[in-house]
Write a protein that binds this ligand. Structure first.
Ligand code: KIV
Ligand code: ZN
Length: 514
C-alpha cells in the first residue's frame, strides 16, 4: 500500500480553548506550543487573532517562539479578521491564515442572513486577501457536514481557484456519522475538478462521541489533514483527540494508508501539561493518556501479558511516553544533574537566575520528598514561571489548625503589593478556612467555579497539584499550585488565580469578542 503523509493540525490553543473554563494565558499557550513543536505537530492553530487583544498577543507570541511547526490564526472571511491574523503572524517562520464561513442552509439563513452566492463571493475575496500575506491559506466551510453537496462543490472549487491550498470540511456540530461523513469527502474530491490542487482536511466535534471515528473515516476517503486537540479538548463535547488519531493510524498501519510525523513519546507529557494548565482532568479510562489506559487489572489479563505482551496490549506504553516517569533525582543530586535532566525533558531556562530559582525549589522539595519524578520537575518549572509573572499577592506564611471535633481555622500572612497583611478565618475544612482568610484580605468578588486536587506522582509523599478556577464578571482564570502539603498547594493555586486576574491575564470566551 503506498503511504501518504497525514498532516496533524493541532487546535488545542484555539478550538480547545473554546471549552468553557479552559482559558490559557499567553505564556501558557507558548509552553504548550513549544511542546507541540517538540512533538512535531505540523500546524499549530494558536488562536483567533481578532477575538481579543489577549488572543492577538498569544498568536504573536507563539508565532515568534515556534520555528519547526507552521503557526496558524483563525479569521472569519472578512478583511479585518484576515489583516489582524496576518499582523499577529508576522514573526512566524511558516504562517498560515485559516479563514472560514458557514455554508450550510441553516447557518447561511439564520446566522449569516446571506444568500449562498454572497457567501461564495465573500469566501473568494477573503482567500485572495489572505494570499496577499501568505501562500499558505486554509479555507473552512463551517457546518460543512450539513451543507448541500452542489453548493459545497462550487465553493470548494472557487476557494481552490482563489488560492486556498487546504480545504477543511468540518463536522461543526458533531452530527456526522462515519460512513456518511467519509463518503462525503470521497464524493467532493471526485466531483471538484481542481481538488488535486489542495489538501482536504477534517475537523470533527464530539457531540455524539464520533469525532475520532468520523475523522478517521475522512482519512480513509482522501482527507490528508486532521484537525484535533490534545485530550480531545474543545467546544462543547470537544474535538477529535490528537493522541487517538495518531495512535490509531500508527497501530493500524494495515488499514490506514498514511503516516504522521508525530514523536509519540511526548504524548503523555503534553496531555499532562494541557490538563494541568486548563484544569481539565483526564479521565482514568481515557484512551492512550488515561491513567488506566495500559493498566491490566484482571488476573487473566495480567497472566496473559506476562506470558506474551501482545495477548492484551496493542500498543507499548513507552511509545506514548508512559514510562517517562522514572525516578530521576534525589536530595543529593547537584545542579548539573538537575539541569541535564531538564534539558532531556526539553525544558530550557530563560536565564541563569531562573535555573538558580528552580534549583532552590528542587532542593526544598527533595528535603520533603525522597524521589523526584519528571512530573515534579515539570511542576517546579511551572511554579517558577508563574512566580516570575507580576504578583499582587504573595504568601508569606500559612498556619492551619484542623482537629476532629473542632472548627478548622487558618491564619495567613500575605504580601499584597509588598505590604504585609494578615487575616484569620474559620471554615468547614482547612482549605475552606484558608480561602476565607485570603478573602478577608483580597475581597476579590470572585466565584469559585472549580477546585480540584491531583497527585502529581504516586505515594503519600507525592505533591498535590491543585487547580482553582475563578470567575469575576464573566472573566475566567485557572490558578495552579503544587506542594507536598495540599492546603499550601490550595492556597498557592488560589493566589495564582487572583494574580492572573490582577495582571489582566483574563479573557472572555474566545468568540465572545467577535
Ligand atoms: O468547528 C468548526 O467548524 C470550526 C471552524 C472555525 C473550523 O472550528
Ligand atoms: Zn471546531
Amino acid at each position: 500500500m503506498s503511504r501518504d503523509k497525514l498532516v496533524i493540525f493541532d487546535t488545542t490553543l484555539r478550538d480547545g480553548e473554546q471549552s468553557p473554563g479552559a482559558s490559557m494565558t499567553k505564556d501558557e499557550k507558548v509552553r504548550i506550543a513549544k511542546m507541540l513543536e517538540k512533538m512535531r505537530v505540523d500546524v499549530i492553530e494558536a488562536g483567533f487573532a481578532i477575538a481579543s487583544q489577549g488572543d492577538f498577543e498569544a498568536v504573536r507570541a507563539v508565532a515568534t517562539a515556534v520555528k519547526e511547526s507552521r503557526v496558524c490564526s483563525l479569521a472569519r472571511a472578512v478583511f479585518a479578521d484576515i489583516d489582524r491574523a496576518a499582523e499577529a503572524l508576522k514573526g512566524a517562520t511558516a504562517p498560515r491564515i485559516h479563514t472560514f464561513i458557514a455554508t450550510s442552509p441553516i447557518h447561511m439563513k439564520y446566522k449569516l442572513n446571506m444568500e449562498p452566492e454572497k457567501v461564495l463571493e465573500q469566501a473568494v475575496k477573503a482567500i485572495q486577501r489572505a494570499r496577499q500575506y501568505t501562500d499558505d491559506v486554509e479555507f473552512s466551510l463551517e457546518d460543512g457536514s450539513r451543507s448541500e453537496f452542489e453548493f459545497m462543490c462550487r465553493i470548494v472549487e472557487a476557494a481552490i481557484a482563489a488560492g486556498a491550498s487546504t480545504i477543511n470540511i468540518p463536522d461543526t456540530v458533531g452530527y456526522g456519522e462515519p460512513g456518511e461523513y467519509g463518503a462525503m469527502f470521497k464524493r467532493v474530491i471526485e466531483a471538484v475538478p481542481n481538488s488535486d490542487k489542495a489538501i482536504f482536511s477534517t475537523h470533527c466535534h464530539n457531540d455524539l462521541g464520533l469525532a475520532v471515528a468520523n475523522s478517521l473515516s475522512a482519512v480513509m476517503n482522501g482527507a490528508r489533514q486532521v484537525e484535533c486537540t490534545i485530550n480531545g479538548l474543545g467546544e462543547r463535547a470537544g474535538n477529535a483527540a490528537l493522541e487517538e488519531i495518531v495512535m490509531a493510524v500508527r497501530t493500524r498501519k494495515d488499514v490506514f494508508p498514511v503516516d504522521t510525523g508525530i514523536v509519540t513519546e511526548h504524548i503523555v507529557a503534553t496531555s499532562r501539561m494541557v490538563s494541568t494548565i486548563t484544569g481539565f482532568p483526564v479521565q482514568p479510562n481515557k484512551a492512550i493518556v488515561g491513567m488506566n489506559a495500559f493498566a491490566h487489572e484482571s488476573g487473566i489479563h495480567q497472566d496473559g501479558v506476562l506470558k506474551h505482551r501482545e495477548t492484551y496490549e496493542i500498543m507499548r506504553a513507552q511509545d506514548v511516553g508512559w514510562n517517562a516517569n522514572k525516578i530521576v533525582l534525589g536530595k543529593h543530586s547537584g545542579r548539573a544533574a538537575v539541569k541535564a535532566r531538564f534539558e532531556e525533558l526539553g525544558i530550557a531556562f530563560d536565564s541563569p537566575a531562573q535555573l538558580a530559582e528552580v534549583f532552590e525549589r528542587f532542593k526544598a522539595l527533595a528535603d520533603k520528598k525522597h524521589e523526584i519524578f519528571d512530573e515534579d520537575l515539570q511542576a517546579l518549572v511551572s511554579q517558577v514561571q508563574e512566580a516570575e509573572a507580576v504578583e499582587t499577592y504573595a504568601m508569606e506564611s500559612l498556619e492551619v489548625c484542623s482537629k476532629t471535633g473542632t472548627t478548622p481555622k487558618a491564619r495567613i500572612v500575605l504580601l499584597v503589593n509588598n505590604e504585609r497583611l494578615s487575616a484569620e478565618a474559620e471554615g468547614s475544612g482547612p482549605v475552606d478556612a484558608t480561602y476565607k482568610a485570603i478573602e478577608v484580605i483580597a475581597k476579590s468578588n470572585t466565584d469559585l467555579l472549580l477546585y480540584s486536587v491531583n497527585a502529581i506522582t504516586q505515594g503519600t509523599d507525592s505533591q498535590g497539584e491543585v487547580t482553582v478556577r475563578l470567575e469575576r464578571r464573566g472573566q475566567i482564570v485557572n490558578g495552579i499550585g503544587a506542594d507536598t502539603d495540599i492546603v499550601v498547594a490550595s492556597a498557592k493555586a488560589y493566589l495564582h488565580a487572583l494574580n492572573l486576574l490582577e495582571a489582566g491575564n483574563r479573557r472572555e470566551h474566545p468568540q465572545h469578542g467577535v
